[in-house]
Design a protein around this ligand. Structure first.
Ligand SMILES: Cc1cc2nc3c(=O)[nH]c(=O)nc-3n(C[C@H](O)[C@H](O)[C@H](O)COP(=O)(O)OP(=O)(O)OC[C@H]3O[C@@H](n4cnc5c(N)ncnc54)[C@H](O)[C@@H]3O)c2cc1C
Length: 400
């Protein structure tokens, strides 16, 4: 592991970031516009130092750091005004580690440096109109072209960041005649390729990078296939595990960070904590967040070791619940004023419902926890062993 001292990190960050201004709020998950350039400037400035991707191997611009070291480095950012890193998140946190696990050496060379330096932005093209919770039902078809390359046709939906992404990691069906989990393959789709039609959808919180993506005979070279043909589900599970275990976005406490989180300071400053009911709820939430923080550390350790597991589902559920409780508490403390769009927390209020849906719904995370952690009986899956084409026609007779 290559170490960066505190002083070295501060020297690097002093050169590119201004001091943190506690009164300025970061954007909420892409809501209300995006500034790609500020994030790019930061990533370009630290590229090659490993600061943005500390757990990646040294040969791909990381530091080979473990979770504790990555936390130390992240905490050193606390005193700076960080740009909005939401646009880069899929590449840095989900696709990068997935390429490290499943990509060829050529693919790792081709994409990892461009992700780490912010040059190329990725989006995640998994969900479809009939494949959300039942993701293995994807109907985007990838067929072989005459030269052995691939041609993709289908529709993706709810694709965050598609409006500005350079690449989409795309789950597609390469063999419709085998059971659904076995007939999929993962591809990297160039978002500027002919046949890619991105149609932005506006969420109620103002995020308009979220899109439908129509794919019509999109050419994809075989060298952009990630993993073996028919192994797309395995690659998807790796990416989803990284997504879920990254779900808690609360920053790790830094040595120079204030003890109280900003939401609690906001409540205290507003005088709302004089109300004993709100005060009790606030203290419960503060303790809940501390417990989540420990869960986050466990997930980060597994992630840094390249082995994110079902624990990420627990983090995802609790992270969403905590976000919603916090927003609800702040809104109730504020009363009718919380509906004013000039209150910065209003964006959080409008984002809160999506927290239990994006990245897989709470119900699906609870299923994962039930089956993979608690060992409870699995859900009945009547279509597990029948060809996808048969299951899709609904021609299954449940066996007893
Ligand atoms: C803000 C936002 C951003 C998103 N970004 C992306 C993205 O970038 N890329 C991407 O690919 N997708 C993205 N998604 C899609 C997201 O992953 C899906 O919306 C989610 O997986 C749920 O799928 P669905 O909407 O089709 O709902 P459905 O699967 O139709 O579910 C409907 C309801 O049924 C419940 N349900 C379904 N199956 C079960 C079951 N087996 N057991 C119990 N309950 C069940 C669900 O929990 C839910 O309450 C995003 C979604 C949102 C809201």
């Amino acid at each position: 592991m290559n170490a960066l001292s505190d002083d070295e990190v501060h020297r690097l960050l002093d050169a590119v970031l201004g001091p943190r201004d506690a009164s300025r709020r970061a954007t909420t998950l892409g809501a209300g516009g995006y500034d790609l350039e500020a994030g790019r400037r930061y990533l370009a400035a630290v590229a090659g130092t490993g600061l943005a991707v500390p757990t990646w191997p040294v040969e791909f611009g990381g530091l080979g750091a473990d979770a504790a070291e990555a936390r130390r480095l992240e905490a050193l950012h606390h005193r700076y005004a960080m740009p909005d890193m939401y646009p880069f998140r899929v590449g840095l946190k989900f696709v990068g580690p997935t390429l490290l696990a499943h990509g060829t050496p050529e693919q790792q060379q081709r994409w990892l440096a461009a992700i780490a330096s912010g040059k190329e932005i990725w989006c995640q093209m998994f969900s479809e109109p009939e494949a959300g919770s039942d993701l293995a039902n994807v109907a985007t078809i990838a067929r072989r072209g005459p030269a052995g390359d691939w041609i993709l046709t289908g529709q993706k939906v709810w694709t965050s960041r598609a409006a500005y992404a350079d690449w989409g990691i795309c789950l597609a069906r390469t063999d419709p005649d085998v059971p659904k989990h076995r007939g999929m393959t993962m591809f990297a789709v160039d978002m500027s390729a002919p046949g890619v039609d991105v149609r932005p959808l506006r969420q109620m919180n103002g995020d308009a990078s979220f899109s439908e993506v129509f794919l019509t005979d999109v050419p994809v070279p075989d060298e952009n296939r990630i993993g073996e043909v028919g192994q797309g589900w395995k690659v998807a599970l790796t990416l989803l595990a990284h997504e879920r275990s990254n779900a808690d976005r609360s920053a790790p406490p830094a040595r120079d960070a204030p003890l109280l989180p900003s939401w609690l300071t906001e409540l205290a400053d507003s005088g709302a904590l004089a109300d004993p009911v709100l005060r009790e709820e606030a203290m419960e939430l503060f303790c809940y967040d501390r417990a989540i923080h420990h869960l986050q550390q466990r997930a980060a350790e597994l992630r840094a070791a390249g082995k994110p597991g079902p624990e990420g589902s627990g983090l995802k559920v609790h992270g969403a619940r905590s976000f919603k409780r916090r927003v609800d508490l702040l809104a109730r403390a504020r009363g009718a004023e919380a509906l004013r769009s000039d209150w910065p927390g209003c964006v959080d209020l409008l984002t809160a419902p999506s927290m239990s849906i994006r990245g897989g719904t709470d119900e699906i995370q609870l299923n994962v926890i039930g089956e993979r952690i608690l060992g409870l009986p699995a859900e009945p899956r009547v279509d597990r062993d029948v060809p996808w084409t048969v299951a899709r026609r609904g021609a299954i007779t449940p066996s007893r």
